[in-house]
Design a protein around this ligand. Structure first.
Ligand code: S3P
Ligand code: PEP
Length: 445
């Protein structure tokens, strides 16, 4: 460790001394927790969120809702069932200041909530948050009746001049840069006076499972939603105006954050079980069962959870990851260790994520001696022996977990700022070393 500042600190990624054999309990889903918080804030009665994810993105969401008047009581160890948050909705109000950090869910899901608050709500965040797309949400909210001061930026920082209610009605949005534009408007749609009729006009729409997650959770909260997935008009969603119910909801483990642990089984020819893997889910991480099977492993879903077993061989993958873009960094890391070429496509929108993920993955994999190139909409990765070195993470949690996967097989990988995993998985370094059967030691970034 040459520097103790968290952004430049180096974490020596542990090398696997043999096949891993571990059970890893993965904390709750970021996407489910943050949707649950928004829906509970809109409800007309209190609700519970059990086993929520506690991470930077979800704490930012909870704090932002608190700033607008919602009461969120965090209760730990409720009858042995882990943590539970009690959400008590109240009249939403400004003035409020919201820090979105670099959380796409916070920066996109909350401007529609703020439009329903009474008073001005200021949105600020990390420098990268000011570069991430938001124009579609801003324009749509204006069409629906909101006043937003963004000084013509079409991005953060901005102030929503909440009027206490919003007309709602029909609106068009191009959500080709982020599915979160659609989810954001749908999640608050029941609270708009006329509800919402949302039409996506872009050529493509990424991360469809996340939109299905939004619709499922809205319906559980009592909303009436018509969606293309039910045979409705393509690219059109309708949400009826209605009150929402307070629910008692248990958050599923974050299956996207299960990715590096399952990858460890594949890379080391070992076995990893993730308990509480849901039998049915809208989480995109469920696709890992098929993706990692195609890359050479086998998996089995039992009462114990999902057990993934590696065979010692790692096969290249040709796949369109448009629906499951957030899995790309870890898949790319596995691909860099594979015996044959991988072509990962459909993920051009990753250039606008926490960092430009395509550029970052190419630079860092090649920095370890790999052979990766950017294509128009993804990556091509060819087999080549890797060597140790510093893997920069660009304040991107998924770059850090991808680097840890490479480090299992490549001695001398130093992960810069592993603490950036706090965005969605603050316990990552401990879970990783526990999985490998090594004690938690110094060297945490
Ligand atoms: O709605 C959500 O919870 C998410 C949607 C996806 O965003 P994009 O559609 O912008 O990729 C995903 O990548 C992100 O991690 C979480
Ligand atoms: C893209 C991601 O996050 P965000 O919710 O900030 O968009 C991600 O977690 O991979």
């Amino acid at each position: 460790m040459t520097d103790s500042s968290p952004h430049t600190a180096l974490w020596p990624a542990p090398v696997a001394s043999g096949p891993v054999d571990a059970t890893v309990t993965v904390p709750g889903s970021k996407s489910v927790t943050n949707r649950a918080l928004v829906l509970a804030a809109h409800a007309s009665e209190p609700g519970w969120i059990r086993r929520p994810l506690r991470s930077r993105d979800t704490v930012l969401m909870a704090d932002a809702l608190r700033a607008m008047g919602v009461q969120i009581d965090e209760q730990v160890n409720t009858g042995g069932g882990g943590e539970a948050w009690r959400v008590i909705p109240a009249g939403l109000h400004g003035p409020a200041r919201i820090d979105v950090g670099n959380a796409g869910t916070v920066m996109r899901f909350l401007p529609p909530v703020a439009a329903l608050a009474d008073g001005p709500v200021r949105f600020e965040g990390d420098p990268r948050a000011y570069e991430r797309p938001l124009q579609g949400v801003i324009d749509a909210l204006r069409t629906l009746g909101a006043r937003i001061d963004d000084e013509g930026r079409g991005a953060l920082p901005l102030t929503v001049q909440g009027a206490g209610s919003l007309s709602g009605g029909p609106v068009e949005v191009d959500a080709s840069s982020s599915s979160q534009f659609v989810s954001a408007l749908l999640l608050s749609g029941p609270r708009f006076n006329q509800g919402l009729e949302l039409r996506h006009t872009g050529r493509t729409l990424p991360s469809l499972p996340h939109i299905r997650m939004t619709i499922d959770m809205l319906r559980v909260a009592g909303a009436k939603v018509d969606a293309p997935q039910d045979g409705g008009e393509p690219n059109v969603w309708r949400v009826a105006p209605s009150a929402l119910l307070g629910r008692d909801l248990t958050v599923e483990p974050d299956l996207s954050n299960a990715a590096p642990f399952l990858a460890a089984a594949l890379v080391t020819g070992g076995r990893v079980t993730v308990p509480d893997w849901p039998e049915r889910t809208t989480q995109p991480g469920d696709a890992l069962r098929e993706i990692f099977t195609r890359m050479g492993g086998t998996c089995e879903l039992t009462e114990q959870g999902l057990t993934f077993t590696g065979t010692g061989r790692i096969l290249g993958l040709t796949a369109d990851l448009h629906e499951v873009g957030e899995l790309t960094p870890v898949i790319a890391a596995v691909a860099a260790l594979a015996e044959s070429e991988s072509v990962l496509s459909g993920v051009a929108h990753l250039r606008l994520h926490e960092t430009d993920r395509l550029a970052a993955l190419v630079t860092e994999i090649n920095g370890l001696g790999g052979d990766a190139i950017e294509t128009e909409d993804g990556l091509r990765i060819r087999p080549r022996a890797l060597r140790g070195g510093v893997f920069h993470t660009y304040e991107d949690h998924r770059l850090a977990t991808a680097a840890a996967v490479l480090g299992l097989a490549v001695p001398g990988v130093q992960v810069e700022n592993v603490a950036t995993t706090a965005k969605t998985l603050p316990e990552f370094p401990e879970l990783w070393t526990e999985m490998l059967g090594t004690p938690v030691t110094a060297g945490r970034g």
